[in-house]
Design a protein around this ligand. Structure first.
Ligand code: C5P
Length: 219
């Protein structure tokens, strides 16, 4: 078609966030950080005091999510408040992966995600972009890395943000979250049949970007 649709799925810490930003920029495409939507549902439910197992209220929260992404500033606004940092906290990460396992929450976010591909080229970053949300995507990537490498990267990120974290705890959390993402009944983390798999353990960011661009340029 007229617009290019690229998906990048994979476990946390594989470099999807950085690479989807770089790829979107290089392609002149918009960016959908779908994980941010699940994080926003988690943060919003924390603020409202909604329990992690209150499926009805959680899906209602997802449906009513008042969010504005400001790509130029790199900020995320929830009900007019800048929550760019808040949604990256570890407590929010853990809750996000719990609410993401609930089908009604995923259903509530589906149409909102699909709207991002309307009338523009898009790079969509998440767990089920190539399988569930955009099965018709032009180019699908599945980006992985060893769990040690992913934990190390996340550790560095969190330290840079001034968050106190224990590396061993972080490895445990990442493996926990991965297991939940891969084994959940709804939209489990797995590569689409037509996805290009890239293991970034021993690759630099520019190397992965170059690889992705070479695949995307065939479209
Ligand atoms: O990618 P990120 O770590 O920001 O995602 C937060 C959580 O949201 C993940 O742990 C995952 O459980 C969930 N998620 C999802 N489907 C997506 C994106 C994220 O289930 N497409």
């Amino acid at each position: 078609g007229q617009y290019l649709l690229v998906t990048i799925d994979g476990p946390s810490g594989a470099g999807k966030g950085t690479l989807s930003q770089l790829l979107a920029k290089a392609l002149g495409a918009s960016l959908l950080d779908s994980g941010a939507l699940y994080r926003l549902v988690a943060l919003s439910s924390l603020k409202r005091g909604i329990a992690a197992d209150d499926v009805v209220s959680l899906s209602e929260t997802a449906r009513q999510l008042d969010v504005v992404f400001r790509p130029e500033e790199g900020t995320t606004m929830l009900e007019g408040e800048d929550v760019t940092q808040a949604i990256r906290a570890e407590t929010v990460s853990m809750l996000a992966s719990q609410v993401a396992a609930l089908q009604p929450v995923r259903d509530a976010l589906l149409e909102r995600q699909r709207q991002f591909s309307k009338g523009q080229s898009l790079v969509a970053d998440g767990r089920d972009m190539g399988t569930t949300v955009f099965p018709e995507a032009d180019v699908k990537f599945f980006l992985t890395a060893s769990s040690e490498a992913r934990a190390q990267r996340r550790y560095k990120q969190l330290l840079e943000r001034g968050e106190e974290v224990d590396l061993q705890q972080l490895i445990a959390d990442i493996e926990d979250r991965d297991l939940r993402d891969r084994s959940r009944a709804v939209s489990p983390l797995r590569p689409a049949p037509d996805a290009i798999e890239i293991d970034s353990t021993n690759l630099t960011i520019p190397q992965v970007l170059e690889l992705m661009l070479s695949h995307a340029s065939n479209h």
